[in-house]
Ligand binder design. Structure first.
Ligand SMILES: C[C@@](CO)(OP(=O)(O)O)[C@H](O)COP(=O)(O)OP(=O)(O)OC[C@H]1O[C@@H](n2ccc(N)nc2=O)[C@H](O)[C@@H]1O
Ligand SMILES: Nc1ncnc2c1ncn2[C@@H]1O[C@H](COP(=O)(O)OP(=O)(O)O)[C@@H](O)[C@H]1O
Length: 295
């Protein structure tokens, strides 16, 4: 029985521009993804039986809709179709949930990506990153960037990725305690959808924005309150379609000082920006150990 515990960190959209809408209703974005060193933790325990099971510290997420179960089933089905799996490959997955869900931090997508990467490793599947990212896209637009594991400028719905090296600053991430559904924001007629495309890699904090922010501010006064509070400490912005916001700080000390003064009815955490997804680093190390042990 093999047991593997791996991180599933959050992402921030350092900016998010909506540059158009497709015939199927989906929006074409230009966004800059960076990871942070804070997130969920997933434990994978291989089983001799064929079932894939889930437990989670957050009971509301213990359902067949969990992206982790969907990711595991999708990968096993794909591997069987390619003739790469013959035996009963079951697994139990436990999620230690620390990220708020539906907060624009991509927690569900990150959990799904960590699952795809972990099971490729556990089941020793000769599947490329390209194949895994393409599978991940079926689960959500944010999954490919977590699978590829590097900070990236993304276009389309998030599938066209170019490596990026944004500065690894410190962030205070604040959850203002409201839930925002992504579809409701994208469906709203007042959403700005005509941002002029920028020419990557020419970007700066000052010349970019999150196009969802004015609408989210208007619909959710608590997000507006949190932004108005945080901007007194640092340049601040919404991530994804919210509800989380983040301020960028030059040092951990400054970010923690702001967290200490945060009103008690919000929750928040301090984290450092990362340009590599730590799950990829850990799995590389695990593979090296396996190879060394086989020598
Ligand atoms: C906005 C972003 C930015 O990183 O992040 P989050 O705020 O969710 O973290 C993502 O693009 C979120 O992509 P994804 O994870 O696929 O969103 P979902 O919740 O599955 O999308 C729900 C619905 O939002 C709309 N949608 C989503 C993405 C997109 N580029 N255009 C859209 O119009 C579609 O109606 C879709 O059915
Ligand atoms: N493992 C998971 N963790 C969080 N949310 C999940 C998970 N699986 C499915 N979901 C669903 O996905 C939705 C979006 O979650 P999440 O990815 O955390 O937020 P966002 O897309 O806003 O960044 C949640 O409301 C939840 O219903």
């Amino acid at each position: 029985m093999e047991v593997l515990t791996l991180p599933a960190v959050a992402k921030l959209n350092l900016f998010l521009h909506i540059v158009g809408q497709r015939d199927n209703g989906y929006h074409n974005l230009q966004t800059l993804f960076q990871f942070v060193n804070f997130g969920d933790s997933l434990t994978f325990t291989s089983k001799q039986t064929a079932d894939i099971t889930l437990s989670c510290t957050e009971p509301a997420l213990e359902s067949a809709d969990n992206l982790v179960l969907k990711a595991a089933q999708l990968l096993r089905h794909y591997a069987k179709q390619l003739g790469l799996l013959y035996l009963a490959h079951g697994v139990h997955i436990h999620i230690d949930k620390r990220l708020p869900f539906g907060g624009g931090l991509g927690g569900g997508s990150s959990d799904a990506a960590t699952t795809l990467l972990a099971l490729r490793h556990l089941w020793k599947l000769p599947i490329t990153d390209d194949q895994l990212a393409e599978l991940g896209l079926q689960l959500g637009a944010d999954v490919p960037v977590f699978v590829r594991g590097h900070a990236a400028f993304a276009e389309g719905v998030g599938e066209h990725l170019q490596l990026a090296e944004p500065p690894c600053l410190w962030y205070l991430v604040v959850h203002p305690g409201v839930e925002i559904s992504t579809p409701s924001i994208f469906k709203n007629p007042d959403l700005k959808r005509d941002h002029s495309p920028l020419k990557w890699p020419h970007w700066s904090w000052e010349t970019t924005t999150n196009d969802c922010e004015p609408l989210v501010r208007r619909l959710y006064p608590e997000v507006a309150n949190a932004l108005d509070w945080l901007v007194e400490y640092a340049p601040s912005r919404l991530t994804g379609t919210g509800a989380c916001i983040f301020g960028r700080f030059d040092s951990e000390t400054l970010a923690r000082a702001a967290l200490q003064r945060m009103p008690a009815h919000w929750t928040g955490f301090v984290a450092r920006g990362l340009n590599e997804n730590p799950v990829c680093q850990q799995l590389r190390q695990a593979s090296t150990v396996n190879l060394t042990n086989q020598d």
